[in-house]
Design a protein around this ligand. Structure first.
Ligand SMILES: [Zn+2]
Length: 232
C-alpha cells in the first residue's frame, strides 16, 4: 500500500478515536437536556392534574351543598306535614316529591364525582412520582457528566494532539481531500475486492489497479471518491 495511504489511514483511526470521545460527550449532554425536558413536561402534567382535582373537588362541594339544601327543604316540608302545620298539604307533598327528584339526580352526580375525584387523585399521585423520578434522573445524568468530564476532556485533548500530529505529516492536498470525504461520508476509505470498490461496487480501471498494486500512488475511486486500500 502507498505510504500516503498508510498515513491517512493512521490519521483516520485517530480521528475516529477522537470522534468517539466527542460523541460520548454529546451523548452525556443530550441526556441532561432530554431529562430536563422530561421534568418540564411532567411539571406541566402535574399542574394540570392538580387543577383538575381542584376543579372536581369544587364540583363535589357544590353537589354536597345542593344535596344538603334539598334534604333540608324536603325534611322541613315533611315535618310540617307530620306536625300538622302545613298550610297547603298538596303543595307540601309536591315539594317533597320535587326535592326527592332533585336529590336523586344530585346523588347520581355525587357518585360520578366521587369516582372522578378518586381517578384524578390517583393521576396526581402518579404525576408527582413521575416528576420526582424525572428530577432524580436529571441529577443522575448531570452527575454522570460531571464525573466523566475531567477524564473525558483529558482523553479528548490527548486524542486531538495525536490527531493533529498525524495531520502534520501528510501532504496538504491529500488532507483536504480526506477532510472533504469525511464531511461527505464515513468512512473515507474503501477496500478493493474483485477489482471493485467496496464503497460503491464500481470496477476500478486497470491503470488504477496497477498503480494501487505497485503502491505507486494513493488511488481514489473515480465513482465515489473514497481512498482505496486494504484498510478494512
Ligand atoms: Zn467507490
Amino acid at each position: 500500500m502507498h505510504e500516503d495511504a498508510l498515513k491517512l489511514h493512521d490519521l483516520w483511526r485517530k480521528d475516529i478515536a477522537r470522534d468517539k470521545l466527542l460523541e460520548e460527550s454529546r451523548g452525556l449532554k443530550a441526556k441532561i437536556v432530554d431529562r430536563t425536558a422530561a421534568v418540564e413536561q411532567s411539571t406541566t402534567k402535574l399542574s394540570a392534574a392538580t387543577d383538575n382535582l381542584t376543579r372536581l373537588k369544587g364540583k363535589e362541594r357544590e353537589a354536597n351543598r345542593k344535596a344538603a339544601t334539598y334534604t333540608k327543604r324536603r325534611d322541613t316540608a315533611q315535618r310540617s306535614i307530620d306536625q300538622g302545620l302545613a298550610t297547603d298539604y298538596v303543595a307540601a307533598e309536591d315539594q317533597i316529591r320535587q326535592c326527592g327528584e332533585i336529590l336523586d339526580q344530585v346523588e347520581t352526580l355525587q357518585l360520578e364525582l366521587m369516582e372522578s375525584v378518586e381517578a384524578a387523585a390517583e393521576l396526581l399521585e402518579r404525576s408527582t412520582m413521575t416528576l420526582a423520578l424525572n428530577k432524580s434522573q436529571v441529577i443522575a445524568s448531570q452527575k454522570a457528566y460531571d464525573d466523566r468530564y475531567p477524564t473525558l476532556k483529558n482523553e479528548f485533548d490527548a486524542a486531538s494532539k495525536l490527531r493533529n500530529a498525524a495531520r502534520q505529516d501528510i501532504w496538504k492536498d491529500l488532507i483536504q481531500r480526506y477532510d472533504e470525504l469525511r464531511k461527505k461520508r464515513r468512512p473515507a476509505f474503501a477496500d478493493i475486492r474483485n477489482d471493485s470498490c467496496t464503497g460503491c461496487n464500481v470496477k476500478i480501471n486497470a491503470t488504477d489497479l496497477s498503480n494501487h498494486r505497485r503502491a505507486a500512488e494513493l488511488v481514489t475511486c473515480r465513482q465515489c471518491g473514497r481512498l482505496l486500500g486494504e484498510f478494512l
